[in-house]
Each structure stands twice: as structure tokens, then as C-alpha cells.
Design a protein around this ligand. Structure first.
Ligand SMILES: C[S@@+](CC[C@H](N)C(=O)[O-])C[C@H]1O[C@@H](n2cnc3c(N)ncnc32)[C@H](O)[C@@H]1O
Length: 264
């Protein structure tokens, strides 16, 4: 009982102090600055986690490709991932798809740091060319369609494509900037062998990006979507296309990943 009343007193004391700090305490400049410095420390930690998650596991990684010997691709930065990236295994799956389909022309929507772009370049043939489209920070408030609140953090960044900048593979990569709803896809008409759709995850954007990308594919080309199982906008749009548009009837979800693919 003694313990209970001590804990209750402690709890009420903390509530009173937090309540005071966040209300009347805000009138005090010292307290405001202390709170701001605490918040900044927290944000910095979160920011670091975005790129290199704190990983308490020291045991080396493996996956089914390594275990069963069907992994034909090469990689860079597979394990340096966090929010906004493909998972380690998904990156290997995409790299192996590039290896298998041997595309000459690749189109990506959503460059971000360029981790998948770089690995597609590493696994594509020496003369292959990749065009990667990204919405820059300054385009955030002028998109033709609405993007999701939760993806603003991926648009707001100082640079796009830092994973391949200065890399020998960068010769294969052309960066273009803009909104996928207004980008002139017709310039790539009938020329793309493999496309990776990973821009905005909003329903309207997934429909837009799917149809625009479909219009630039060569017959036999492969479309890859990311985040089918992670974002409602993506699964709602892809389910609808699969059920109601015969051009998408052969779409497949790769189990154990959030990737969907369609050979056109
Ligand atoms: C999840 S990140 C892409 C991750 C990257 N494909 C990878 O595998 O590492 C989403 C990217 O899409 C871009 N984006 C969001 N909306 C877009 C739009 N309407 N047009 C073009 N790019 C967009 C963002 O700027 C962001 O860089």
C-alpha cells in the first residue's frame, strides 16, 4: 500500500509539473528554451533513425537468396535503410528482377536517396540507361493531385539521389525533377523495358502513375510497384486496376514483400 501511494504521489507530481511546464511555464523564457532544446535532441535522434535505424542485433544477416543460392545480383547499401526505403530483401528482389529482365531502358518514379536507383544501375547491362523522376521540396505545395500527409517527409529533403552521386554507375542515371501528374511521359513513349513506381502513395497518384507508366512501356516490359501492402492508397488503386481494367489482370504480388509486378 505504501508503495502504491508513493507511486501515485510521484505520478501526480510529474503530471502537475508537466502540466505547468506546458501551460503557465511557457511564459518563462528559460523554460521555453529548455523545452525547445529537449525537442531538438529528440528530433535529431529521430532523423538519425530515419537513415540508420538503431539495430541491437549483432548476428550477421542472410536471406533465402543467399541460403539457397539463387541470388544473381550485386548490391550496395542493402542494409543501410530506414523509413522511405525498400527493405533489404525487397532491394535484392528488385535487383534480381533487373538482372533477369536485362532492361535497356528503366524509368523510376520517386528517387529519394537513390538507393534502389543505384542498385538497378549496378545490375543493369553496361549500356542500360535509367531515368529517375523526383518531386523536389519546392514542388511540395504545387502538385496537381493531393499527396499523403505521411509522405511529406520524403519530399522535403535537401538533395535527391545522394546514393549514386559521384558513383561510377551515375553515368547510367539521368535525374529529372517534377510532379508525376504533369511530367511529359510522352517523351518516353514505347521505350521503357522496366519501370519502378514508388513516388506518391496517394490513391489518385498511384492510378495516375500506373497509367502513365503503362503508356511508355515496350511490349514484354516489366512494371514494379512498391508498397502494395504498406499504403492504403496503393492497395486500393492496384486492387481496382486489377479488378476493373483488363490491362492489369496479370498483376502479381510477390509474397514476403510489398512489391507487385506486371509484365505487359
Ligand atoms: C518513398 S520515396 C522513394 C524511395 C525510393 N524509390 C527508394 O527505393 O529508395 C518517395 C519519393 O517520391 C517522391 N514523390 C512524391 N510525390 C511525387 C510526385 N507527385 N512526383 C514525383 N515524385 C514524387 C518523393 O519526393 C520521394 O523522393
Amino acid at each position: 500500500m505504501g508503495n502504491f501511494s508513493n507511486n501515485l504521489r510521484l505520478y501526480l507530481g510529474v503530471c502537475r509539473r508537466v502540466g505547468h511546464t506546458l501551460s503557465l511555464g511557457m511564459l518563462n523564457k528559460d523554460r521555453r528554451e529548455k523545452l525547445l532544446s529537449l525537442y531538438n535532441q529528440y528530433e535529431t535522434k529521430l532523423g538519425q533513425q530515419d537513415i540508420t535505424p538503431i539495430d541491437p542485433f549483432v548476428i550477421p544477416k542472410t536471406d533465402v537468396f543467399e541460403l539457397f543460392g539463387n541470388d544473381n545480383a550485386q548490391y550496395e547499401g542493402v542494409y543501410e535503410c530506414g523509413f522511405g526505403h525498400t527493405t533489404e530483401f525487397e532491394l535484392k528482389v528488385i535487383s534480381n528482377l533487373v538482372k533477369k529482365f536485362n532492361p535497356d531502358r528503366i524509368f523510376e518514379i520517386g528517387t529519394f536517396q537513390g538507393r534502389t536507383t543505384l542498385n538497378m544501375a549496378i545490375n543493369a547491362n553496361p549500356t542500360a540507361l535509367i531515368t529517375t523522376l523526383d518531386l523536389p521540396s519546392e514542388g511540395l505545395n504545387t502538385t496537381a493531385l493531393n499527396i499523403e500527409e505521411g509522405e511529406v517527409r520524403y519530399v522535403k529533403k535537401d538533395v535527391s539521389g545522394e546514393r549514386f552521386t559521384g558513383h561510377p554507375m551515375a553515368d547510367k542515371i539521368t535525374q529529372v525533377f517534377g510532379d508525376s501528374a504533369t511530367y511529359p511521359f510522352t517523351d518516353h513513349h514505347n521505350s521503357i523495358d522496366l519501370a519502378f513506381i514508388d513516388g506518391s502513395h496517394a490513391y489518385e497518384y498511384v492510378l495516375n502513375d500506373s497509367n502513365k507508366v503503362l503508356s511508355i512501356m515496350r511490349p514484354g516490359g516489366l512494371i514494379i510497384w512498391h508498397d502494395y501492402t504498406n499504403w492504403e492508397g496503393v492497395w486500393t488503386a492496384l486492387n481496382e486496376l486489377y479488378k476493373s481494367d483488363s490491362r492489369y489482370k496479370n498483376i502479381k504480388h510477390i509474397g514476403g514483400t510489398s512489391i507487385a509486378i506486371l509484365q505487359v
